[in-house]
Design a protein around this ligand. Structure first.
Ligand SMILES: Nc1ncnc2c1ncn2[C@@H]1O[C@@H]2COP(=O)(O)O[C@H]2[C@H]1O
Length: 235
């Protein structure tokens, strides 16, 4: 995607929404019409704040392409990356469902194409489509499972924690593939923030994982060669 490009597409591509966002798979034409007529698509450059913690949010967002980070700050004002999510994911659903302010910041890490719809239309859509409600619950359950896993791994060795970070980046793509999963080669400071390890430790662990033949790096991507072997690294 063009880094400098940022625009509104007003007419959201219904097919793109349907093919990318698993929440919408197999739903009625009526519901898809509701979503696509209310959706606005926008392409953002990297490092753009999409949602701001504590703001009152009026929309729900669907990531059609690219990656965003979910960020908050700890008590000392230090940035904490809670998660990194990509294509196919939904953000901004928490404020819509709870009728509460945004729980975290959401910032683009790469050029990112995002569709948004007003929160009230999203809630209407969920009331009409129980299947979409179940899928959204599954997405939120996955996020809770990831956080539980990270809590469990808080005291684990650095290799386990870096492996876990790569695994949930793969999960953040919404794909279920086992082999050859490509995730972006994010700056090591982002991986350091999300894994809670020093940047040098992240760099050393990635080199070890590559030497073990579990990942392969290029300038832009990290390819997870075999997800189950990477899972076995976690002790
Ligand atoms: N741990 C997490 N993993 C993935 N996404 C999250 C996480 N915490 C918050 N979010 C998303 O970030 C959004 C911030 O705005 P909301 O609270 O409306 O909705 C939130 C979720 O969509």
């Amino acid at each position: 995607m063009d880094e400098k490009k940022e625009h509104y597409d007003h007419r959201t591509d219904r097919e793109k929404l349907l093919n990318t966002i698993s929440l919408f798979e197999g739903l009625s034409e009526e519901s898809l019409d509701l979503i696509s007529t209310h959706a606005v698509t926008r392409t953002h450059p990297a490092n753009r704040v999409i949602l701001l913690e504590n703001d009152w949010g009026g929309s729900v967002y669907f990531i059609l392409d690219g990656w965003v980070k979910i960020r908050t700050y700890n008590i000392d004002g230090k940035e904490v990356t809670l998660n990194i999510v990509g294509k196919g994911e939904v953000v901004g659903e928490m404020a819509a469902l709870e009728e509460a302010p945004r729980s975290t910041d959401v910032i683009t890490l790469t050029p990112t194409m995002i569709s948004s719809i007003p929160a009230q239309d999203f809630v209407k859509f969920l009331m009409a489509e129980p299947l979409a409600g179940i899928r959204l619950s599954q997405l939120m359950a996955k996020r809770l499972r990831q956080l539980n896993r990270r809590l469990r791994l808080r005291e684990a060795d650095s290799l386990s924690r870096v492996a876990d970070t790569l695994i949930f980046l793969a999960e953040g793509q919404g794909k279920k593939a086992q082999k050859g999963i490509e995730i972006p080669n994010l700056p090591h400071r982002e991986l350091s923030s999300i894994s809670g390890l020093a940047r040098e430790t992240v760099t050393r662990s990635l080199t070890k994982l590559e030497k073990k033949g579990l990942i392969q790096r290029t300038a832009d991507t990290v390819c997870i060669l075999d997800l189950s072997s990477l899972e076995r690294v976690i002790t």
